[in-house]
Design a binder for this molecule. Structure first.
Ligand code: ADP
Ligand code: MG
Ligand code: MG
Length: 248
């Protein structure tokens, strides 16, 4: 599904290289976790895959379903089925959680040559996904992100993922303040979302999160490179020993 070959990237208007030759292959049905020390380049990697304009790819390739996407705008990548959490963190007073996701979903459908989803089908989908995530009705009619707590932001983000139903979901757990409830919301959502046809790239420095989500692969990213790949046991080892034994 996703194939990254020798990816190098830097900040658009800087010359410091941040990603220094990343190789990563993600197949349908897989969950990959990327862990690593602060400043390793984890968020940069997720941003570069999603096509955020602050970064520039200086070498290598990103293939999605066999097609080079390196030149695609972020919206195009989203329409192809790549979802990045917190791509829509904006507060939009007067636009409700429901109206926002309806518009986003229909825009994606339109970009893929599909008609707008009928009101009844849309309502059914909203109901199905909000029930799965334990989202209450009053939450759906709140203004997007306005005064949302950390947990509510997470819940909305996961709701967006479930509604948009991407092929590849990239979740970047950057917040240092993720409490256990927020971790459970994320884990619960990922576990409900996951199926044989889609894939998840979970970026986190919380080993705890991997107690609730079973990754097929765990990669350690340090100084812009993947320095080790293993299975779930690697995450446990990292929790016990930290990262130092892997560095230098
Ligand atoms: P991580 O998510 O692993 O903590 P980041 O990808 O956020 O790491 O950052 C990697 C390195 O690149 C850090 O040294 C960080 O300071 C730098 N960096 C990332 N994005 C920017 C940016 N927009 N402007 C300046 N420096 C950046
Ligand atoms: Mg960081
Ligand atoms: Mg980060």
């Amino acid at each position: 599904m996703l194939e990254i070959k020798n990816l190098h990237a830097k900040i658009e208007d800087g010359d410091k290289e941040i990603l220094k030759g990343i190789n990563l292959e993600i197949k349908p049905g897989e969950v990959h976790a990327i862990m690593g020390p602060n400043g390793a380049g984890k968020s940069t990697l997720s941003s570069v895959i999603a096509g955020k304009e602050d970064y520039e790819v200086t070498d290598g390739e990103i293939l999605f379903e066999g097609e080079e996407i390196g030149e695609d705008a972020p919206e195009e990548r989203a329409h192809k089925g790549i979802f990045l959490s917190f791509q829509y963190p904006v507060e939009i007073p007067g636009v409700t959680v429901t109206n926002f996701i309806k518009a986003a979903l229909n825009e994606t459908r339109k970009a893929n040559g599909l008609e707008e989803m009928g009101a009844k089908e849309m309502l059914g989908l909203i109901r199905e996904n909000s029930e799965k995530l334990g989202i209450r009705k009053d939450f759906l009619s709140r203004s997007l992100n306005e005064g949302f707590s950390g947990g509510e932001k997470k819940r909305n983000e996961i709701f967006q993922m479930m509604m948009l139903n991407p092929k590849l979901a990239i979740l970047d757990e950057t917040d240092s303040g993720l409490d256990i409830d927020a971790l459970r919301i994320v884990a619960d959502g990922v576990n409900q979302f996951k199926n044989e046809g889609n894939a998840v790239l979970l970026i986190t420095h919380y080993q705890r999160l991997l107690n609730y989500i079973q990754p097929d692969f765990v990669h350690v990213l340090a100084d812009g490179k993947i320095i080790k790949t293993g299975d779930k046991s690697l995450a446990l080892e990292l929790e016990e020993k930290g990262y130092d034994w892997l560095l230098n």
